[in-house]
Design a protein around this ligand. Structure first.
Ligand SMILES: CC(C)(COP(=O)(O)OP(=O)(O)OC[C@H]1O[C@@H](n2cnc3c(N)ncnc32)[C@H](O)[C@@H]1OP(=O)(O)O)[C@@H](O)C(=O)NCCC(=O)NCCS
Length: 184
């Protein structure tokens, strides 16, 4: 009987964490919805966004919908929206253990993010990231957080520095199937 209760509680906690909105001064981070597909396509079809982050530009609203149903449908992944407007303008998330691109433990997380070009340069991702960092430590109880960028992505490096990330190591040149190239 008691194990049934524990089981229910942990499922309920997972549900709460999945559906939890995170708020900052200008932003609400919420779960992705299928109805975000058009907004996602609007920003993800821009070749200045995906390739520098390691994923291909989206070619259709259907492709964006598929990404929402698969990649974005996991705990810790949020749509970035401006307060008072529910439109998804970017994505930020923290994934743990073997879901990460890095060889990290289950009690460690990797943060990744992007925001649509019209919103660059307003400090929105650093603002979202600071909130996500709190969520990762306080709600997910992670011990370490990691964040990477591909060589030359100075904008991302800068966003990470603003949130307190410090250089740890450089990975070896690796083949990335999503973008079909070798990168550091
Ligand atoms: C990296 C990224 C998330 C930064 O988000 P942001 O909300 O614009 O972050 P900031 O406003 O703090 O800008 C960060 C830096 O980008 C640079 N930058 C911002 N807007 C810029 C623009 N329009 N043109 C050129 N550089 C710009 C500035 O150097 C800025 O640092 P500063 O504020 O010290 O001058 C965003 O540029 C992006 O989505 N890029 C494409 C995807 C990507 O690289 N994702 C990260 C993968 S690791």
């Amino acid at each position: 009987m008691s194990s049934e209760i524990v089981n229910f509680t942990s499922e309920y906690n997972t549900y709460l964490l999945k559906s939890m909105n995170l708020e900052t001064e200008r932003i609400i981070l919420r779960s992705w919805k299928e109805s975000d597909a058009e907004a996602l396509f609007e920003y993800a079809k821009d070749e200045r966004v995906g390739p520098v982050a390691g994923w291909r530009v989206h070619k259709s609203v259907e492709e964006s919908l598929e990404i929402i149903r698969t990649v974005f449908a996991q705990k810790g992944v949020f749509a970035v929206t401006l307060k008072g407007k529910d439109k998804a303008i970017g994505c930020i998330g923290v994934v743990c253990g073997n879901k990460s691109n890095f060889p990290i433990g289950e009690d460690e997380g990797e943060i990744s993010y992007w925001i649509g070009v019209p919103f660059w340069g307003q400090g929105l991702i650093p603002e979202a990231m600071r909130r996500l960092i709190r969520y990762a430590f306080e709600d997910l109880h992670l011990k370490n957080l990691w964040c990477g960028y591909f060589d030359g992505n100075e904008k991302s490096k800068r966003a990470q520095e603003k949130c307190g990330f410090r250089y740890h190591h450089t990975c070896e040149k690796t083949y990335y199937p999503l973008t079909d190239d070798y990168r550091i």
